[in-house]
Ligand binder design. Sequence first.
Ligand code: DAT
Ligand code: MG
Length: 140
Amino acid sequence: MALERTFSMIKPDATRRNLTGAITRMLEEAGLRVIASRRVWMSRREAEGFYAVHKERPFFGELVDSMSSGPTIVQVLEGENAIARNREVMGATNPASAAEDTIRKVHALSIGENSVHGSDAPETAAQEIKYWFSDTEIVG
Ligand code: DAT
Ligand code: MG
């Protein structure tokens, strides 16, 4: 498979615990390359827009609160099969169900504060990259 790009976030629960480097290292060790990165403290409006697909879900308010509670690292990752590879190294949404040695198993606090985000398909990856980055900020 050709090189693929995906969108990743290191969430506020993780930046608060000074885990930016530890998590980035796990991504790199999984064969993913950080080709764009920025630290942002997103507004509630930005969090609502980014997670609009979940707006009818019961946890939406909690999700927006937590994503706007502190700094997030937004990243573009590149690698072979990057979308699936990233989901694999992230682990399951609920850390209690995540496989050993995944980021969420090692670092996440709960299903809501689960340390990382990763796009789930090529279409969402393209949309999410565009939501946070202009073309000139991505240096592959
Ligand atoms: P993922 O982040 O694994 O793609 P998702 O897209 O289903 O999971 O949900 C997006 C985020 O919403 C998730 O990372 C954390 C939060 N979330 C999901 N289910 C939740 C729940 N039952 N309670 C609280 N937060 C939840
Ligand atoms: Mg998702």
